[in-house]
Ligand binder design. Structure first.
Ligand code: HEM
Ligand SMILES: N[C@@H](CC(=O)c1ccccc1NC=O)C(=O)O
Length: 506
């Protein structure tokens, strides 16, 4: 029997907001029992900057989740604990490998309740961490959003998270749209499939436009030295100071070191939904699809245990289960393949692949600018300190490089430390980032059908209907064709955003 198409409501998903909650997240736990957490978090930026955060957390009472009466409150508590945990681990000169019982006890139990690991995930910093400036205005406008919590209190950090929130909101209507396409494919209603694909490709182009707005309010050196170190996890983080991971101290004999990946947008269910619907397959980095092992025609490929699949473990349980269900349904690629003689259909399908590939190419350019360039500058400054034009500021944990564009003295901490950079730049998820991202981009085009692949120039689109959450725009991705990062000094040439893993090889 062909598996049913998943219903959004069975997985707590919203037709308008997708993986974002139906209503903006709770901004505060009103029960006074949780006041010690709320008070600490109101002052998080200052506590981190003055290196007092561990002291304050050590003085917290041990609270349990028993006073949380709804899932909305549980999510708020989970994200508060994620911020406190990472501020505790990374908020000093050196990483701290033990989390005290006041964090570990409620964090471990909430993680079980919400079926999501006890670490700062994409849900912590993005999905469950925003409010609307004007509730009557749309969620897909980052100017209308605010982050509830940040480590640094900077606009850069909020903007970094809010671009993702806006992307989730603007991408959300494509989920019911493409479920409809899957239904139409089942009925061999080709016109509907084509119509859906045409809207889908222009929507993906909208997301690329939003991604390109990252630079408006998030400065690369602030991100790399000031924000990113707090997002790191405990897996493969030996060079950053956590050789065994993190010890979650609950006072029990069963306590142990645990290793988790840090927050990453790879934990966003939205982009993974796109991959599944379009039949895009990801393989472990450095590995290509084995032609001898062909996946069953018409069904999703067997799990390849690439980092992208691994990241599903870091999604809220119902979101992960939605993806698992979606994988069982015949995807749009298998339908297009079965009707490959229809060039309108293959063109519409390939256009979606091109749009998603362009999204990933833009993303690579951003990663080069926000990670590779600052890392390279820090390394240069350490090797040739006298050649550095401006005097580097002191390496004050938590406020590093927020005031100066110069790398902090001695590089930075944690993920921004020279030690970490020397052993190969890693994503907060622990990936060897550029080869991984390049492969992911290439895999997006690899499933194209026939020779109808539009060139980059042909892939810009015409106006499309307004979204239910307010965004009306004529999209033309290529109007940003000259989108290149600003001058980067000693970092070499970044103009070609498709230049692959070579960026990493210094
Ligand atoms: C300054 C901004 C950003 C930086 C520096 C950045 C960096 C990275 C890095 C290093 C990875 C590799 C995985 C890891 O180890 O974590 C990654 C993966 C990923 N990022 Fe970003 N990212 C940024 C913004 C975004 C935004 C706004 C999105 C919006 C959707 C996004 C989407 C993704 C996706 C989907 C992946 C998984 C790989 C893929 O599917 O191709 N990133 N990112
Ligand atoms: N993987 C990225 C971090 C990252 O993209 C991220 C981390 C936590 C929450 C959201 C993220 N992405 C964009 O908003 C890095 O290595 O810097």
């Amino acid at each position: 029997m062909i598996p049913s198409i998943p219903k959004l409501e069975d997985y707590g998903l919203s037709a308008n907001y997708g993986f974002l909650p139906e209503h903006p997240p709770l901004a505060r736990l009103e029960n006074p029992y949780y006041a010690p957490w709320e008070t600490l978090l109101e002052n998080l930026g200052l506590l981190v900057k003055t290196q007092k955060v561990r002291e304050w957390i050590d003085a917290l009472p041990i609270l349990t989740q028993d006073g949380l009466v709804s899932e909305v409150e549980q999510r708020r508590a989970y994200m508060m604990l994620g911020f406190m945990a990472h501020a505790y681990i990374w908020g000093g000169i050196n990483a701290c490998e033990r989390l005290p019982p006041a964090i570990s006890i409620p964090f471990l139990s909430l993680s079980e309740t919400l079926q999501i690991p006890p670490v700062a995930t994409y849900s912590t910093v993005c999905l469950w961490n925003y409010s609307l400036r004007d509730p009557s205005k749309p969620v897909d406008d980052p100017e209308n959003l605010e982050s509830l919590l940040t480590f640094t209190g900077t606009e850069d950090e909020a903007w970094f998270y809010l671009i993702s929130v806006a992307i989730e909101a603007r991408g959300a209507p494509t989920i019911p749209l493409m479920l409809e396409a899957m239904r139409a494919a089942r009925d061999d209603d080709m016109q509907t499939v084509k119509d859906c694909l045409n809207i889908f490709s222009s929507r993906i182009e909208d997301l690329t436009l939003l991604l390109k707005r990252m630079h408006e309010k998030c400065r690369p050196h602030v991100f790399y030295f000031g924000i990113r170190p707090f997002l790191a996890g405990s897996k493969r983080m030996a060079e950053a100071g956590l050789p065994k991971g993190v010890f979650y101290d609950t006072g029990s004999d069963d306590d142990c070191y645990r290793e988790y990946s840090g927050g990453s947008n790879a934990q966003s269910s939205l982009i993974q939904t796109f991959d599944i619907i379009l039949g895009i397959e990801h393989y472990p980095t450095g590995q290509k699809k084995d032609p001898a092992v062909s996946s069953l025609e018409g069904t999703a490929p067997p799990p390849k245990h690439n980092f992208i699949q691994e990241m599903r473990k870091y999604m809220p349980g119902p979101h992960r289960q939605f993806l698992e269900h979606l994988c069982l349904v015949p995807n749009i690629r298998s339908y297009t393949e079965s009707r490959r003689d229809n060039s309108e259909l293959t063109t519409a399908y390939n256009k979606c692949l091109r749009a998603l590939e362009q999204f990933r190419a833009t993303h690579k350019t951003i990663v080069a600018r926000y990670i590779i360039v600052p890392a390279s500058r820090a390394k240069q400054a350490t090797l040739y300190p006298e050649a550095s034009k401006t005097a580097p500021i002191r390496n004050i944990a938590g406020s590093m490089a927020l005031e100066s564009e110069s790398p902090p003295a001695g590089g930075g901490r944690g993920l921004a430390s020279n030690e970490a950079a020397r052993n190969g730049l890693k994503g907060t998820g622990g990936t060897q980032l550029m080869p991984f991202l390049e492969q992911s981009r290439v895999e997006t085009l690899a499933v194209a059908i026939g020779d109808g692949m539009p060139t980059k120039a042909e892939s810009s689109t015409t106006p499309h209907p307004p979204s239910p959450n307010g965004f009306v725009k004529t999209c033309k991705v290529n109007e940003f064709e000259d989108y290149t990062p600003p001058a980067v000094g000693m970092a070499g040439s970044w103009e070609d955003n498709n230049d692959g893993g070579g960026l990493c090889s210094y």
